[in-house]
Ligand binder design. Structure first.
Ligand code: DX5
Ligand code: ZN
Length: 222
């Protein structure tokens, strides 16, 4: 189980200190939400923020590109220190070449599916990705409620992975707290993005441990 606190929910005046806080919490990944004001109705931050926090932590940088033209920023984020770059399946015909470009930059590939999008849209790409991100809110803002109707998509992603002998991680993002993380783990998720529920905690370390242990126990129960 991997826990990925989302910097979107941190104090925007203190990105460096907040990244260090996430690091000390024991979380393995840092989730970085990149919003372009076009693919989603919000703007977050760019490669320079990622470049500045890169030397402060050894955490794996999980960059979620909510952008209409991610090809423009792939290389800047690679240079800034991203370990994995996720693009959205809603970009249609562009997806194939985006996956290729991310690979050619030597980075891991993620593919995200928005709540209204059929999970089947991800099918042609499953063998080419390292991570399938099932969005559990409509992207754009932190602090939204979890959409439980997404659980069958997670189950489907797990079924496909088993049937095809693939290895991609199954990540969930949006409204993930101690309870919803367990529901997602039961359905097959293994990577949990959580913004508000973790950054709002004074004791982030215990919140991260509780989320990881709770998810692992829920997954064992099936
Ligand atoms: C939503 C972003 C999420 C967001 C999650 O557009 O992709 O990563 O930070 O925030 P919470 O956990 O607060 O729902
Ligand atoms: Zn995200």
């Amino acid at each position: 189980m991997i826990i990925a606190p989302s910097l979107l929910a941190s104090d925007y005046c203190r990105f460096g200190a907040e990244a260090v806080r996430a690091d000390r919490s024991g979380a393995e990944w840092l989730h970085l939400d990149i919003m372009d004001g076009h693919f989603v109705p919000n703007i977050s931050f760019g490669p320079e923020v990622v470049r500045r926090i890169r030397p402060l932590t050894k955490m794996f940088f999980d960059v979620h590109l909510m952008c209409s033209q991610p090809e423009v920023v792939l290389e800047p984020f690679q240079k800034a220190g991203a370990d994995l770059l996720t693009v959205h399946v809603e970009l249609g015909d562009a997806v194939e070449s985006l996956i290729w470009k991310i690979r050619s930059l030597g980075k891991q590939v993620g593919l995200a599916v928005n709540p209204p999008t059929n999970i089947n849209a991800a099918l042609p790409f499953l063998a080419k990705i390292d991570l399938l991100l099932v969005m559990t809110v409509n992207p754009g803002f932190g602090g939204q409620p979890f959409i439980a109707e997404m659980l069958p998509k997670i189950e489907q992603a797990r079924r496909w992975r088993e049937e095809r002998g693939l290895k991609y991680r199954i990540e969930v993002d949006g409204g993930i707290n101690q309870e919803t993380a367990k529901e997602c783990a039961r359905a097959g998720a293994d990577t949990f993005v959580s913004g508000t529920a973790l950054f709002s905690h004074r004791m982030m370390k215990s919140a991260v441990r509780k989320m990881r242990d709770g998810a692992a126990a829920a997954a064992r129960q099936g």
